[in-house]
Design a protein around this ligand. Structure first.
Ligand SMILES: [Zn+2]
Length: 329
């Protein structure tokens, strides 16, 4: 029986195995890196959908080519590995971070239950496990503490007053958008129509109708904050209940610099967390993959519910200003 690790080694060279199926290797596109290369920047995994993943973006084409080869060679030769304790891992199974083997039959059943293509389900299950594996390197390589975020802002914004904060934030929206602002319960009854207004009206009114908004605009005439009433323009608002302000920045930096999601603003909620406002994923497939990865990193899965209330800049929370601390030029 083939050993998948030998096949991986024949493609990427020596591997510093960290688990039975995953380890650090030299990036197949290392010569294309535009930033210094660290020893833990590139990883190869042979379980699930076999994957080479590098933190650099400039090597993407070389990595994609090597990945095709890795998957082709591992998929065409059935293999199995006996793990400590007698567990058996076969091609297409995923070795989860807990040490449990997720059998390929279970992945196929999940795909069926969710109405998803089996290959796509395998990618999602693999991504969750890969995210667990490269989480420590991500928080190290993309570290972006609170004070540094403020210092790095392309526009000086954190010291602006409440009115200015609010109006600056309104400018993120195209003028025709209808935006909801209120308190969490300002939704669901006809009288809540006053909480749904065009951006130009909010500009006149100011930050007085509540502490919350949504990352999505709504159909004109809406009085209920629901996904069905969302309309066109929307942002993906990244937040975490578990990651402190000095850590969540790594996720923002990773999304913006590595995955090239457009970051518009970072908002200090005047509580424990920061919110990153990004362009929403362009397709449901990318959204599902991002959800698998971000929730593994510790982000709130509710962020993919686009009618979810989030803190609006310019309002006060217990005497402290909810404010933008980083703003794109
Ligand atoms: Zn690379």
């Amino acid at each position: 029986m083939n050993d998948p690790r030998h096949i991986a080694t024949s493609i990427v060279g020596a591997v510093d195995w960290q688990t039975e199926v995953s380890g650090f290797c030299r990036c197949p596109g290392e010569s294309l890196h535009t930033h210094p290369t660290g020893k833990k920047d590139c990883r190869v995994s042979v379980d699930g959908a076999p994957t080479i993943y590098c933190f650099h973006a400039s090597c993407a084409v070389a990595v994609a080519t090597a990945n095709l080869r890795l998957r082709r060679e591992l998929n065409t030769s059935p293999w199995s590995l006996t793990l400590p304790g007698g567990r058996v891992l076969r091609n297409g199974d995923v070795l989860q971070s807990s040490g449990t083997v997720l059998p390929r039959e279970v992945i196929q059943a999940r795909a069926k239950a969710e109405g998803r293509d089996a290959d796509e389900q395998l990618i999602l299950e693999t991504l969750k496990t890969l995210a667990e594996r490269f989480k420590p390197e991500l928080f190290e390589s993309f570290r972006w503490p609170f004070a540094q975020i403020i210092a790095d802002s392309p526009l000086l914004v954190s010291e602006r007053d409440a009115e200015d904060q609010f109006r600056t934030w309104l400018k993120l929206w195209p003028a025709h958008c209808h935006v909801w602002i209120g308190d969490v319960y300002s939704s669901g009854k006809p009288e809540h129509r006053t909480n749904f207004r065009p951006v130009a009206e909010w500009y006149q009114i100011g930050p007085v109708m509540g502490n919350f908004t949504c990352g999505s605009s709504f159909k004109p005439g809406s009085f209920q904050r629901s996904n069905a009433n969302c309309n066109g323009t929307r942002f993906m608002v990244i937040e975490s209940d578990t990651l402190p302000k000095d850590e969540v920045g790594a996720i923002f930096a990773y999304l913006n610099r590595r995955l090239r999601f457009n970051l518009h603003a970072i908002i200090d909620t005047a509580g424990k967390s920061l919110h990153g406002w990004f362009d929403a994923p362009r397709t449901p497939r990318i959204e599902a993959q991002l959800k698998a990865v971000l929730t593994t990193f510790g982000c709130d899965p509710k962020l993919f519910t686009y009618s979810q209330p989030v803190r609006v800049p310019g309002a006060y929370r217990d005497g402290r200003l909810q404010r933008i601390i980083w703003l794109k030029d």
